[in-house]
Design a protein around this ligand. Structure first.
Ligand code: PLP
Length: 371
């Protein structure tokens, strides 16, 4: 089976994990790797401070909590995303307000944001989907004009750039995931990055049960236990040494796919605006009516050829759980809906060989011919 994505873990990661075990430094409050990982990863993002967490989801929740987002507030958010993005808003009691995608980047349609702003709006939470940055010029303009907080969900876009500036470094807070299929991994894990010292200190406090520095066991806030362990940070540091290689491999693979699939009728290649660095977390295509076979049929046939694929996310306004709690009823987001219906990702791991990519593309062409 050629899988959609497998992590690359080598000897260095094994050694680093063993070192923690030998020293007995395995928790989220012991050992030196946590701080070092926070420093090095935030530095990679060109941002001053990093706060490691247990996941991308908890990084997002911690970000919103550190900004004081609460019940009664509204947060504008990309509709086509991993559900964790919107969960994080729901956890705070604030109301998520969805914005449809745009065709040219598959990200939030910045032109539709201003129409959703009212006096309860506190923040915009923008997702860089599948490794392609959102339209940050326009989003930054809106943030400044309405004096809103901005958070970037860069869980799929480590190292991606918009006009030569790294994602995660535009907003008040950038959030990342280190889940096993993300660009680098700690198994489970995440991080928020910020240039603001006050936000940094608040996030460090809240993630560690809000232990106060004045008097231990006296608490002045509702905190969380979102501590990444030293064991995970050690692995993360070793992954970070390889991040440029991982990103270059993803980009090379995507270019190779583009070359082989460019001529195929009915296959839409992933967007890449000329002023961005797309890191192609996943290699995504759309299968439209001209292909002659539905997206789902194509996936089925590829599976028979031992090629794993996955559909795009399902838009948030179609999620049963949100409907059930009274959110997003009767909303229409036609671009998201179409992307979700037509989109799939092909095998995208950094371990893929050129032969495997050629095989995948050859099978797609064969399946189309046979109908
Ligand atoms: C993976 C992902 C998350 C959640 O990260 P976890 O580490 O799995 O909690 C959030 N947002 C996006 C866009 C993601 O892809």
């Amino acid at each position: 089976m050629i899988y959609v994505c497998e992590p690359y873990l080598g000897k260095r990661e094994q050694e680093a994990a063993l070192e923690c075990l030998r020293r007995g430094e395995i928790s989220g409050t012991s050992g030196r790797f946590i701080q070092e990982f926070e420093q090095r990863f935030s530095n990679f993002c060109s941002v001053r401070y990093g706060v490691s967490t247990t996941s991308g989801t908890t990084a997002l929740h911690l970000a919103l909590a550190s900004l004081g987002i609460k019940a009664g507030d509204e947060v504008i958010v990309s509709n086509l995303t991993n559900i964790a993005t919107v969960y994080s808003i729901v956890y705070t009691g604030a109301r998520p307000v969805l914005v449809d995608s745009e065709d040219k980047t598959w990200n939030i349609d910045a032109g539709k944001i201003e129409g959703k702003i009212n006096k309860r709006t506190k923040a915009i939470l923008v997702v860089h989907l599948y490794g392609h940055p959102a339209e940050m010029d326009e989003i930054m303009r809106i943030k400044r004009k309405y004096n809103l907080y901005l958070i970037e969900d860069a869980a799929e876009a480590h190292g991606a750039e918009y006009k030569n500036k790294k994602v995660g470094s535009f907003a008040d807070i950038g959030c990342f995931s280190f889940y096993a299929n993300k660009i680098i991994t700690t198994g489970e894990g995440g991080m928020l990055v910020t240039d603001n010292k006050r936000i940094y200190e608040r996030a460090q406090l809240l993630k560690n049960l809000a232990f106060s520095r004045k008097r231990r066991f006296k608490h002045f806030h509702i905190g969380f236990n979102y501590r990444m362990s030293n064991l995970q940070a050690a692995i993360g540091l070793k992954q970070l040494e390889r991040i440029r290689y991982f990103i270059n491999r993803k980009i090379k693979n995507a270019h190779f796919y583009n070359r082989l699939l460019g001529e195929v009728e009915g296959i839409v290649l992933p967007p890449c605006q000329p002023y961005v660095k797309n890191v192609y977390w996943m290699y995504c295509i759309l299968v439209n009516d001209n292909f002659g076979l539905s997206r789902d049929k194509l996936m089925q046939r590829l599976k028979e050829k031992n090629i794993e694929t996955r559909t795009f996310f399902i838009p948030m306004h179609l999620q049963p759980i949100f409907r059930k709690i009274g959110l997003f009823r009767n909303e229409k987001h036609p671009v998201c809906e179409r992307l979700s219906r037509q989109g799939l990702y092909l095998p995208s791991g950094v371990n893929l060989s050129v032969e495997q990519i050629a095989y995948v593309c050859e099978q797609i062409k064969k399946i189309q011919k046979k109908g």
